[in-house]
Design a protein. Structure first.
Length: 341
């Protein structure tokens, strides 16, 4: 009998899927592998799939249902992208107070959320490390820079912000935790689950080894809320996303800098890059202090990055080919003028 299930974990060549009867170890059918042309044709965590139960906890995945939202990262050197998770409603971008705290990083994650159709929210963790006054300053900085985005301030140490976080999570919705390793994603998820399921690592251990050891992604189901229901929401942990910030930021970049986009209507040239052109309305606004110089710089950097990452392998090859042709032509014309080589 075919039925609907959700992919909740990913292993090498197999998946853990869950339906209302339980969990199954599932593989894709040979036919599906045959038609797969890219990694996106394979199941990913968060996917709703049609499975055929084989008994003894085994199943076959026959079909991937259309994805509502996708979080993905594109590789810089391959014409391929990696799906991090699908069918996510809200992406919690987690940053912690500490040496890595950085407002610009939020922007990169928001761009990815925006491109994937996912609502972002901010979790500011480890607020025990600063005073109340410092926290208020940080919060207003975030609010000014990112108006309209929800912020939840938390501390595992001092048990702060959990009731707000819990009430933010709605039944049957899916949440994803994104952020650098060490910010406290596992600790937060464990706190939500009410037990230590997700592996957390001591920060000193982490820095000694220079690498975070968690390698699998997994979906977790929160206990039922007093209001009833099967669960109070589903969360996905995402280790190993340190470099995700660069992928597919095209539209997102524009969204978070729509001030700049609006200004560019006033540029003299339609294809203005806002870097060096005369009559550039954006550069003028920077000079006049109408837009923040750092925000401008961030915009330029992000734009360059996302353009580079958007360039496919084919485009790169075309470029190389053009260059080859150019060299050939140049050599030929040199010969015509009596030069050898
Ligand atoms: P992850 O890599 O994002 O999953 O981070 P972890 O949950 O593994 O946490 C990394 C380190 O930060 C661990 O040593 C935690 O004990 C510590 N940590 C997590 N939350 C807090 C917090 O609110 N305050 C402080 N001071 N430390 C925290
Ligand atoms: Zn311009």
């Amino acid at each position: 009998m075919d039925n609907k299930a959700r992919v909740i974990a990913e292993y090498k060549g197999a998946y853990k899927v869950k339906n209302n009867k339980g969990e199954f170890l599932a593989k894709v059918t040979g036919k599906q592998m045959f038609v797969a042309s890219s990694r996106e044709d394979y199941p990913a965590i968060g996917d709703w799939v049609i499975i055929n139960e084989l008994g003894e906890g085994q199943a076959v995945i026959k079909e991937i249902l259309p994805r509502k939202t996708i979080i993905k990262r594109k590789y810089s050197n391959k014409n391929d992208s990696q799906i991090i998770a699908t069918n996510i409603d809200v992406g919690f971008v987690v940053e912690s107070i500490g040496r890595d705290y950085n407002l610009n990083r939020f922007e990169r994650y928001f761009a990815i959320m925006h491109d994937g159709g996912i609502k972002p929210a901010i979790i500011l963790n480890k607020i025990d490390l600063i005073s109340k006054e410092e926290l208020l300053v940080k919060l207003s900085q975030i609010e000014n820079r990112f108006p309209g985005i929800d912020i939840i301030a938390t501390s595992i140490m001092e048990e702060k912000g959990f009731s707000k976080l819990k009430s933010y999570i709605e039944k049957d919705k899916t949440y994803c935790f994104l952020g650098s390793s060490g910010v406290g994603k596992s600790s937060l998820i464990n706190k939500l689950l009410g037990k230590n399921i997700v592996k957390t690592e001591d920060i000193s251990l982490y820095s000694n080894r220079g690498k975070h050891i968690t390698t699998t992604r997994q979906m977790y189901f929160l206990p039922a809320t007093p209001a009833g229901g099967d669960n109070g929401g589903i969360v996905i942990d995402n280790p190993g996303m340190r470099e995700i910030g660069m992928a597919d930021a095209g539209d997102g970049v524009d969204m978070f800098f729509d001030k700049i986009t609006a200004l560019s209507e006033g540029c003299r040239y339609g294809d203005c890059t806002h870097i060096h052109e005369n009559g550039c309305a954006v550069l003028e606004a920077v000079e006049l202090g109408k837009i923040d110089r750092q925000q401008y710089q961030n915009y330029i950097n992000l734009k360059k990055e996302s353009e580079y990452y958007k360039m496919s392998e084919l485009e790169k090859k075309e470029k190389d080919k053009d260059f080859g042709k150019f060299i050939k032509k140049a050599k030929k014309s040199l010969k015509e003028y009596g030069h050898k080589n």
